[in-house]
Design a protein around this ligand. Structure first.
Ligand code: GLV
Ligand code: MN
Ligand code: MN
Length: 411
């Protein structure tokens, strides 16, 4: 293992101890104390590497290594450090700390970039607090307007304005948006979060397309009451309506003509949550994705129609909201070739891939040429504590990123 891989592993381990949960479980929800401490940890490392730091109004962090020609648009890399409940330590973090390692490697080699190289730590790639993923990059790319962002609410009804102030963010949200072509390129290093690279024994995946995600939030209001004294006829049980909706999601995606359609009811909360009380309210969040937007949208319509039908039949009040319905992203073909060339030069095996997970790259692709570098992870596990990539696998990913950044930043 190289000294670089050793340091990267140590810093990943150290960051993993900054968690709301009991290690090895990592949970770092947007602007929680753990998220803020994690940001401070990464910021300090960037400062030690001599990078110039800036934080925008939604908390995206930019750490710049200034090039010899600061008039040229910089090259950017980066990812996220926030983590869903019960997560592992590699998702996002490999792209942030690995991106920093790539910069340090170039610095140590005496490389003098012509274009600046910027490491971005995006705010809330995970949809934990507001139900919508990639909050930071959505605002950066203008896909989410400041007005739409201001309307976001967490389950307690608290808004982004209040949370971002708690997160120490100042300035107005309308200052976050970046002009198109403000970066010459964006390259994100990430674990694959799927089993293909490991199964095929390939070192590196270079991403050509990112699947189209969407999220529905469904709030159901029925009528509660005593579990013993409320007889079955006429009950308005919000959980039972929610259960039927979750099954309708499964039915829609499994009968889709595309094998890539996936649907998950990942959030299902009920109130009051007492065994002897009929559930009067339910809150569901449904994640629906596909590599093809047409089949994803067909399913979305089917699920919405089924939800309305279930609620009418069960006499349940329904509030349904599309939190996001995004198109897929197409990566820049020239950038894909450059990254593949970097892997080839380093003699690491590589293949072109589709990302089924979403990433900040989905939105960065709207403002500049973008691609991603994937590394294998154990059994494709992700969003679970036993997520794992070895130091050797990470090293290869950082090497490809380093070479790509070097090529793009010029001499
Ligand atoms: C990202 O975390 C995703 O859910 O794809
Ligand atoms: Mn994730
Ligand atoms: Mn991620």
């Amino acid at each position: 293992m190289s000294a670089m891989a050793k340091r990267l592993q140590q810093q990943i381990d150290e960051l993993a101890l900054i968690t709301e949960a009991e290690p090895p479980v990592v949970t770092r929800v947007l602007f929680s104390e753990a998220d803020l401490r994690g940001r401070a940890f990464v910021t300090q490392l960037c400062r030690e590497a001599g990078l110039e730091l800036r934080k925008d109004a939604v908390g995206n962090i930019f750490a710049r290594w200034t090039g010899s020609d600061p008039t040229l648009p910089p090259i950017a890399t980066g990812s996220h450090i926030d983590a869903i409940p019960n997560a592992g330590k590699f998702d996002g973090v490999v792209g942030v700390l690995g991106g920093l390692e790539a910069i340090r490697t170039l610095q140590a080699a005496g490389f003098k970039p012509r274009r600046s190289i910027e490491l971005i730590v995006f705010t809330s790639e995970e949809p934990t607090r507001f139900g919508i993923g990639c909050l930071g990059s959505r605002l950066l790319s203008g896909v989410l307007s400041p007005d739409q962002a201001a309307r976001l609410r967490d389950p307690e009804g608290r808004d982004l304005e209040s949370w971002r102030k708690q997160g120490g963010c100042t300035g107005q949200l309308d200052s976050v948006r970046l002009p198109v072509d403000c970066y010459a390129a964006f390259v994100e290093l990430h674990i694959e979060q799927g089993p293909i690279l490991e199964a095929e024994k390939v070192d590196i995946g270079i991403v050509e397309r990112i699947a189209a995600p969407s999220t529905l939030r469904v709030r159901l209001t029925g009528s509660g009451g005593h579990a013993g004294a409320t007889l079955m006829p006429g009950r308005r049980d919000a959980l039972l309506a929610g259960a039927e909706i979750a099954l309708a999601v499964e039915h829609a995606v499994t009968s889709s003509s595309s094998p890539d359609t996936v649907g998950t009811t990942g959030v299902f909360r009920i109130e009051p949550g007492a065994v002897n009380s009929v559930p009067c309210r339910a809150w569901l969040e449904i994640d629906l994705r596909d590599t093809r937007v047409e089949t994803r949208d067909d399913c979305l319509h089917q699920i919405e129609a089924a939800t309305r039908e279930i609620c009418t039949r069960r006499n349940i009040e329904l509030a349904m909201e599309r939190l996001n319905v995004d198109p897929p992203a197409v990566c820049d073909t020239q950038l894909v070739e450059i990254a593949l060339g970097a892997a080839r030069k380093l003699k690491h095996s590589a293949k072109r891939m589709i990302s089924r997970a979403y990433h900040d790259s989905l939105f960065m692709a709207q403002v500049c040429p973008t691609t991603m570098i994937f590394i294998p992870c154990f059994r494709g596990y992700s969003h679970r504590p036993d997520e794992f990539s070895s130091p050797e696998q990470m090293q290869k990913g950082v090497e490809v990123l380093t070479e790509t950044l070097k090529d793009l930043a010029g001499h």
